[in-house]
Structure formats: structure tokens, C-alpha cells
Design a protein around this ligand. Structure first.
Ligand code: SF4
Ligand code: FES
Length: 567
């Protein structure tokens, strides 16, 4: 993408007669985009190297004429302006960078002819199977043949037959007949995923995309090739033929598998999620996300979903359960275990709950190996949110050893577990049997089985909220689908528990809760849920700069680098 440039770096180019100042080096596709001039393309991708092999972006190009001997401008007597020397042949806009005085024309008969010719060549061996193609609705070939094609075919020969339904790897299916040989998938694998597994074999019309012998497209970023394939050649094995994309609702969300916080879009229809794709954020994930983050929605309808409030092993109304919890919380001897998977809002209320119950609060760490891209070593998406809201003051550990000792010593009688399975964090069944557990969570586990009170809550796809990623960037996610009928919104359940423990009354939705958060949390003062930009907002990380965070370098993240705080 274009980097912001100092005003001195700006140069003037002319696009279809309109002068525009762009940063030096901007390619002419991006320059034209700035003045809403559409230059069609296939192989160009702003995050990949430029190869110039589809020729769809052909334009006419000219430079101001100068006298070769004196270098003086040659003026056009008819217009009184400097004459433009137009090149006799078209040039590709993707590989033409802005230089002072550069002129391009995108609407001339020559350009129109070029586009029609390129479309005709691209469609020669294409199967034209749009009605049964999974790419329909987001196919650049379909769109641009409508916009720039000839409208009829002169081809009467037999089309090449190429392999169909090739499994390139566990998640990607290739229909080679539809491939237009743009090489975006090859460049992505090599340049971004650092897994040089794809290539073309054979020549001319017989060129075919394939994996290198003995290799598979199975890296954890393989589905990005599906996202950037401009035609229906690469499809997601999981999503293909499940739903036409124009029926799907798009909701902005965040990948919760780690603290990288890749921006995503959740695609759903009538309460059912069908796929997750990356959302462009040039400061976080560019246009990519990991495959592992795309399947997280499967837990929404997965086995073990909690759907009824339980009190002493029997179904209960939420208010009865909250009243029973209130008695336990007021009796003292309480400990609170929050979660690095909870939102900032939930962590704020968890902290308020701990305060009202005069209870210590802990978090459970999840640390794995970072991949240097968009799966960070910290598998909790929001440990920094817990620091910012004051729920914790130091980094968590993976085992609740201290809490276990307090239970054994009889100092803790009630444990509130917000979304964490305490047995996975080192507490034994015996220790759980010694305390009354109040469990809030989405899925059944040994802790919910042992709990006196169970309040089913919502997955990230069923609620609004914010998380703070490894850069200390606060980012919003929104509700894509409704939760199960018996589940309570986490904020509602927590706000009721805070009140029941003798704490203040809080709003039970993000909009009404944020004024209280902004008033109580210095790092979030002046913010509201609504005024956090879609691309997130960097917080001042200075108070936590000395903490030994687990993350190593990743895409747009350097652990040692100081992020620029918001103004
Ligand atoms: S499979 Fe798609 S992305 Fe890959 S070369 Fe063919 S058209 Fe381009
Ligand atoms: S986009 Fe320019 S040649 Fe393909």
C-alpha cells in the first residue's frame, strides 16, 4: 500500500486529463484509484511483488516533450501547454511508477481494444462455468468481462482440458481450468508464507498451476491464496458450495487465537456462520490471517455448548443463580479467575467484581510458539486488556499454584471462574470440591461440571467488545450471530454479579458501560466504544513497557520497538 509521504515527496501526474499529486514511486493503478479512475487488473496485489503478467492494466502513457538538444519544453501551439509525447504502444499501469509529469489515458479506443483483447485471451480456455462456480459474486473475471470484455466469443476450437478438483492441500481445492495464471498464489506462498510450494508447469495454453513434486499447500496461511485468487480456481475446501456469498452478512471481528489480533470479517446468514476471512488493516495484518483462526467459529455450534443456567445441579433462572452467587460473594473468602480471552469490557467488570468481593484476581497464561507472522506466542488475545483495566498488575502464569495453596489452606471458599477451566490451570478435582465454584463460560468442562453455579455466556461471535493486541492497539469486534436462547450476555451476567456482591450498578452493554470504563481506567479516558476507529487505536504502553511479554517479532510487530502512543 502507499505509505504516507512528506509533502516534498509528492509529484504531479496526469490521469485522463486530471492533475493529481501522489508520492513519488506510487504505481499508476494506485494513483488512478485516488481519483476514482478504475484501472482493471488481475495479477497486481498491493502486498505482493509486481510481475506484470496478466496485461489487464494496460493504459496509454506519455511524458512532457522536451527539446533533446536544449531540454527546453516543447509547447503545443493549439493548447498553449507543453506537448505530450504519447508512446505508440500501451504500457502496464502496475509496473509504471509515478514520475514528474507522467500522463496516462485509460479511456481511449486503444485501451478499450487492449482490455477486450486481454479478456478474450483469458477466456479462451476458461470453462465459463459461472453458474456452478463457487467464486460467483466475488469473481474478478466475471466482473471485468462484463465491464471490459467484448461481450461475445469468437472462439470455435476445442478448449484445453486441465485437472479439476485437485486437492492442493488439506484446505485448498484447485480447479485448474479456471486459473488465469496470474501467479498471485505463487507469490503469496513464497513472499509472505515463506513456503515456496506452488509453481507453473508446461507452457503457453498448457501452463498449469501445481505443487512441487512431493509437496502440499498445507502451511497455516494456505487459505490466503483462496482470498487473493481473482477467479474461481482456488477455493476453500471447507466453504465451497456451502452458500452463495451475496446471501451472507459481513461483520467486523478480530481473530482471537493469539495476541496478534488480525482483523477479520465473519460471514453469516440467519444466525449461522459460514466462513471467516481477513479484513485489511495495514498496521496489523495487511490483508492476511492464519488458517487456524478461520475455524474458530466451529465451536459456536460445537459439542458441549452450555445453554442453561444451573444452580446446585438443576436448571435455574439467572436471577436466582445471581442471588445465590451474591450470598457466596458477600460471605468472604472469594478468589476471582479472569480470562485473557475476555474482552476489555468483561475484564473491567471482572475487576469490579473482585473489588466488590474483596477478592484477589488472577489470569491464566497460554503461551505457545509464535510463527513470526500472525500467530503470536501469547495465545491469549487480551492479556494487555487485563493490564490496562487493572484486573492484573503482572503477567499471568499458566498454573494457578497460589490459588491452589489458598484453597488447601482453607482461605478461599468461593472461586469465580470467568471462562477458564480451573483444572486445565492446575487445580485438582479435590481442590474444586473444597470450594463453591461460580462458573461463567460457553462450553462444558470439568470446572463447569464441578460448579455450584453455572452461567452460560456468549462466544466472541455473539457479542460486542474490544481487545488490546500485542501492539497495545485496542480493536473492536461486533456481534455476528445471536447466542443460544439460554445464554446470558457476559456483560449482563458480570454486571449482575458485581451488584450482587455489593458493588456499583453498571450498564450491561458496551455502549452504556464505556463511560464508566473511561472514567475509571486512565489509559482509556476520553474513549467510547463508538469512537474507536475500525482499524483500532494505539494506547500508551509506557506503564507496562518493562514487562517480559512472551511475543517475538511478527508481521508489523517488533517487541523492542516503542509504539507511537495516541495523541
Ligand atoms: S490459481 Fe488463482 S491466484 Fe493462482 S495463478 Fe491461478 S488465477 Fe492466479
Ligand atoms: S495487473 Fe498489470 S499486468 Fe497484471
Amino acid at each position: 500500500m502507499i505509505q504516507p509521504a512528506a509533502p516534498t515527496d509528492l509529484i504531479t501526474v496526469n490521469i485522463d486529463g486530471r492533475e493529481i499529486a501522489v508520492p513519488k514511486g506510487t504505481n499508476m493503478i494506485e494513483a488512478a484509484r485516488r481519483v476514482n479512475v478504475d484501472v482493471p487488473f488481475y495479477c497486481y496485489h498491493p502486498k505482493l511483488s509486481v510481475v506484470g503478467n496478466c496485461r489487464m492494466c494496460l493504459v496509454e502513457m506519455g511524458m512532457p516533450a522536451v527539446d533533446p538538444a536544449t531540454k527546453a519544453p516543447i509547447m503545443d501551439p493549439a493548447t498553449g501547454k507543453q506537448k505530450i509525447n504519447w508512446m505508440p504502444r500501451p504500457t502496464i499501469a502496475c509496473a509504471t511508477n509515478a514520475s514528474p509529469g507522467l500522463h496516462i489515458r485509460t479511456t481511449t479506443p486503444m485501451v478499450k481494444d487492449c482490455r477486450e483483447g486481454v479478456m478474450e485471451f483469458l477466456l479462451i480456455n476458461h470453462p465459463l462455468d459461472c453458474p456452478i462456480c463457487d467464486q460467483a459474486g466475488e469473481c474478478k473475471l466475471q466482473e471485468q468481462s462484463t465491464g471490459y470484455g467484448r461481450g461475445y466469443s469468437r472462439f470455435i476450437e476445442h478448449k484445453n482440458v486441465k485437472p479439476k478438483r485437485t486437492q492442493l492441500g488439506p484446505r485448498v481445492t484447485l480447479d485448474d481450468e479456471r486459473c488465469i495464471l496470474c501467479s498471485r498464489c505463487i507469490r503469496f506462498s513464497k513472499e509472505i508464507a515463506k513456503d515456496d510450494v506452488l509453481g507453473f508447469t508446461d507452457r503457453g495454453s498448457y501452463s498449469t498451476l501445481t505443487c512441487y513434486p512431493g509437496r502440499k499447500l498445507e502451511n497455516n496461511y494456505s487459505l490466503n491464496t483462496v482470498d487473493i485468487c481473482p477467479v474461481g480456481a482456488l477455493t476453500s475446501t471447507d466453504f465451497r458450495f456451502k452458500m452463495r456469498v451475496w446471501f451472507l452478512k459481513q461483520t467486523d471481528s478480530i481473530d482471537m487465537e493469539s495476541s496478534a489480533g488480525a482483523n477479520t470479517v465473519v460471514w453469516s446468514r440467519e444466525g449461522v456462520i459460514y466462513r471467516i476471512t481477513p479484513r485489511q488493516n495495514d498496521a496489523v495484518n495487511d490483508t492476511w490471517m492464519a488458517d487456524s483462526g478461520r475455524i474458530l467459529y466451529k465451536s459456536v455450534r460445537g459439542p458441549g455448548r452450555l445453554e442453561a443456567v444451573r444452580l446446585n445441579g438443576a436448571d435455574s433462572a439467572l436471577d436466582f443463580a445471581v442471588a445465590a452467587a451474591g450470598a457466596l460473594l458477600k460471605a468472604g473468602g472469594v478468589a476471582v479467575v479472569g480470562s485473557g480471552r475476555s474482552s476489555v469490557e468483561e475484564q473491567f467488570l471482572t475487576q469490579q467484581l473482585a473489588q466488590a468481593a474483596r477478592a484477589p484476581a488472577a489470569l491464566v497464561a497460554r503461551v505457545g510458539e509464535g510463527d513470526g507472522l500472525l500467530v503470536a506466542a501469547d495465545r491469549n488475545p487480551n492479556v494487555r486488556g487485563a493490564l490496562v483495566t487493572g484486573l492484573i498488575t503482572r503477567l499471568p502464569s499458566a498454573q494457578l499454584t497460589e490459588l491452589g495453596a489458598q484453597i488447601d489452606a482453607g482461605a478461599v471458599k468461593t472461586v469465580v471462574a470467568v471462562g477458564e477451566d480451573l483444572t486445565a490451570a492446575g487445580l485438582s478435582a479435590d481442590q474444586l470440591a473444597k470450594v463453591a465454584v461460580i462458573y461463567l463460560g460457553t462450553h462444558a468442562n470439568p470446572t463447569s461440571e464441578a460448579a455450584k453455579i453455572v452461567i452460560p455466556t456468549l462466544t466472541v461471535f455473539e457479542k460486542h467488545g474490544t481487545v488490546v493486541n500485542q501492539q497495545f492497539r485496542i480493536q473492536r469486534f461486533a456481534r455476528a450471530v445471536p447466542g443460544p436462547a439460554g445464554a446470558a450476555d457476559d456483560l449482563l451476567a458480570l454486571a449482575k454479579l458485581v451488584s450482587a456482591a455489593g458493588g456499583p450498578a453498571f450498564g450491561a452493554d458496551v455502549g452504556s458501560l464505556w463511560p464508566a470504563i473511561a472514567a475509571a481506567v486512565p489509559a482509556l479516558a476520553t474513549l467510547t466504544y463508538a469512537n474507536i476507529p475500525d482499524s483500532g487505536l494505539l494506547l500508551d504502553a509506557t506503564p507496562w513497557a518493562a514487562l517480559p511479554f512472551a511475543e517475538g517479532p511478527g508481521l508489523h510487530y517488533q517487541p523492542a520497538a516503542k509504539e507511537v502512543p495516541r495523541a
